[in-house]
Each structure stands twice: as structure tokens, then as C-alpha cells.
Design a protein around this ligand. Sequence first.
Ligand code: G6P
Ligand code: MG
Length: 214
Amino acid sequence: MIIKACIFDLDGVIVDTAKYHYLAWNRLANELGFEFSIEHNERLKGVSRMTSLDILLEVGGLTYSNAEKVVMAARKNEWYLEYIYKMTPDEILPGVISFLTMLREKGIKISLGSASKNAMLILERVQLQSFFDAVIDGNKALKAKPDPQVFLLAAQELNENPTNCVVFEDAAAGIEAALAAGMKCIGIGSPEILGRADKVVPGFENANIELIKF
Ligand code: G6P
Ligand code: MG
């Protein structure tokens, strides 16, 4: 079958912002009196900001009111933004630009489908906005992956049937969201975590049109 639109997750697919999320979350954990490990950080991939905070507090064995949690999440985001403002196009993952360029040349539509409320800012920092026909981020999609909402909104904005779309994802919840949307999906990372995807590749290096033929 011929794919007409590609929908990309952002964090872990186009750029590696997980390391910045980790630094900011761990700073919050340290203030609260505990250490948040890199292993714990794996659980936050693809997960919304408030759910990430709930996981962090669960790890620390702490309970706070909703009002307190809103303040904590805002502080974490301020620290996270300090890293994001310093991002440059060098941080785009290998092979991404040539893959996006190839898609454009072939007339295949491109959208972002991310849970991040900072997605637009990150695209601007790494100077990739011009590649995207649509950007669906955490401000537009209110239901978190594995709910398919973010990808269905992307297909709608691109004016494409979901069955003509393929999603690129690095998180298991994102793969489930793509499948629930009735789309093809390609896992970026390890087959152990992303085994439910139609295909799994380590990244976009050497990726060509064959990758999106099913
Ligand atoms: C992506 C990341 C998550 C992050 C979420 C919200 O899905 O993989 O780790 O928690 O976006 O990001 P935000 O920038 O809105 O805090
Ligand atoms: Mg991701």
C-alpha cells in the first residue's frame, strides 16, 4: 500500500529531549529529598507532564494536593525550558533531515503528533517548522497516548484517511495510540519495547522510501 502522510512523535524520534526532561525532573526530586534515576525516567517517555509528576511522586513515596502539583509541574517546566532555549539544529537525530526532505520531494504530507506542550518551541529552536504541514501538540490534543486522539487530529488536519497514514514513535503508549487510530506504525528504538509496531528500526540513518512501504 502507498502511504500518503507521515506523523512523527517529537521527543525520542526527531530530537532527544528525554535527557532534559530527566535533568529537570531530577532537580525537582532532589528538592523534595530524593533521587530520580535514569531507569525511572524511562517510565516518563510519551507520558503527559502531570502524569509524569504523578509517577515521580509515586517513586518518592510522596502525596501532594492538586494545587501543589500544578505549582511543581510549572517549576519543572521552567527548568526544562532553560535547556530547550539552548537547543540548536545540531540536536536533530541522525538521518531525520534527509528523511523529511525525501518525503517532501515525494509529495508525502508531514505532521507532528506529540504530547508535549513545548513542541512548537522545540521545532523552532531546531529550525524544522517548515517541514510540517500540521502540528498537533499537547495544547491541541488533550487525551494522552495511548488514546489515538493526537494522531486522529493530525490526519484530520492533513485531510487524510487514517488508513493512509503511518506514525513514527519511540514509546509503547504511542504505538498503541497509532494502532487504535487504525494507522500503520514504525517503532524507533528497540523491538523489545516496541514489538507491537508494524516495523521497528533503530533510527532514520539510511532510511529511504522502502521504510514506508507496507
Ligand atoms: C512527550 C515526552 C514526555 C513528556 C511529554 C509532555 O510525550 O515523551 O516525556 O512528559 O511530552 O511534555 P511537556 O513538554 O508538555 O512537559
Ligand atoms: Mg516520544
